[in-house]
Design a binder for this molecule. Structure first.
Ligand code: RIB
Length: 302
């Protein structure tokens, strides 16, 4: 039987990436190298991560009718992501992300939303049948909140589970958080959403009290913290030497979505996602660094 698709609703960007020894301070200029322009955006990255790991994936989003948009569509399609609901808008630029990556693997990113800002409820309605028949809806916050909320509403009405990656962080209406099944923030997003700087276990519990059945706080090299009805637990990350952390969170989300699509429980799914993310940080780029299923399964679990 064909599995139901993962629907990823989200952003598409052209990532303008530059490696430098260290990130510049305000007002400072540093030299960089290895400049490249590649398709990215949290939504597109998560869709590619899931497809590369064997997920059946459909994408909802917007690009401009420019070379960056065409390259992003071609990449998604080459990776096996269905792009029926990826709209190319005339006279609008594809989203841009200026990314600096320093030697430690840490990055800093500035975004111009471009076409991503045009995703609206009408476009989401066009994809309503796809959402209603999905295994899982995956959203982030580089798309307009109204469109995200609208899609989550359709998913809820049809009993489709919702995974929200609240990135970049912004204040969220309580009703939106209450409609999410699986919330996956990183540490700083968890701090902002819980309005508290607690330890990760307390933050995961505090976020769960806002509605999501399951909360997974990602802590980079420090692992993850899961809170669900069975309690709260920390899971260490596989030990790797990071080269570039860009897209690691997206790899985690895409891999977790695939595991959930396959009916795996949250602990096993999160461990699979940790392995995928650990592989991705040892390689450069966002989409370029994402592992295949075979790579992920051949890396020994911790
Ligand atoms: O999460 C990484 C992504 O964030 C990059 O690909 C960039 O486009 C920004 O959206």
């Amino acid at each position: 039987m064909t599995k139901k698709p993962i629907i990823v609703l989200g952003s598409v960007n052209a990532d303008l990436m530059l490696r430098c020894e260290r990130l510049p301070r305000p007002g400072e200029t540093v030299h960089g190298q290895d400049f490249e322009t590649v398709p990215g955006g949290k939504g597109a990255n998560q869709a590619v991560a899931a497809a590369r790991l064997g997920g059946r994936v459909e994408f909802i989003g917007c690009v401009g009718d420019d070379a960056f948009g065409a390259a992003a569509r071609a990449t998604l399609e080459r990776e096996g992501v269905v792009t029926t609901h990826l709209r190319a808008l005339a006279g609008v630029a594809t989203g841009i992300a200026m990314i600096l990556v320093e030697r430690s693997g840490q990055n800093s990113i500035a975004l111009a939303a471009g076409a991503n800002a045009c995703l609206d409820a009408a476009q989401v309605d066009d994809a309503a049948a796809a959402i209603a028949g999905a295994a899982l809806l995956v959203c982030q916050l580089e798309s307009p909140l109204a469109a995200v909320q609208h899609a989550i509403g359709i998913a809820r009405r049809h009993g489709v589970p919702v995974l929200l990656n609240p990135a970049p962080a912004q204040p969220l209406p309580p009703a939106l958080l209450a409609a999410v099944d699986i919330l996956v923030p990183n540490e700083s997003e968890a701090v902002q959403l819980s309005s508290a700087s607690l330890d990760s276990a307390a933050m995961a519990s505090a976020l769960r009290s806002l509605g999501p059945e399951t909360v997974v706080v990602t802590l980079g090299g420090e692992g993850i913290c899961i809170a669900d009805r069975r309690g709260v637990r920390r899971c260490a990350a596989p030990r790797v030497q990071p080269l570039d952390t860009t897209g690691a969170g997206d790899t985690f989300i895409g891999a977790l979505a695939v595991a959930l699509q396959d009916g795996v429980d949250i602990d096993e799914g999160a461990a699979f996602a940790q392995r995928a993310a650990a592989i991705s940080v040892t390689r450069a780029g966002a989409m370029a660094s994402m592992p295949t299923r075979a790579e992920c399964e051949s890396q020994a679990p911790r």
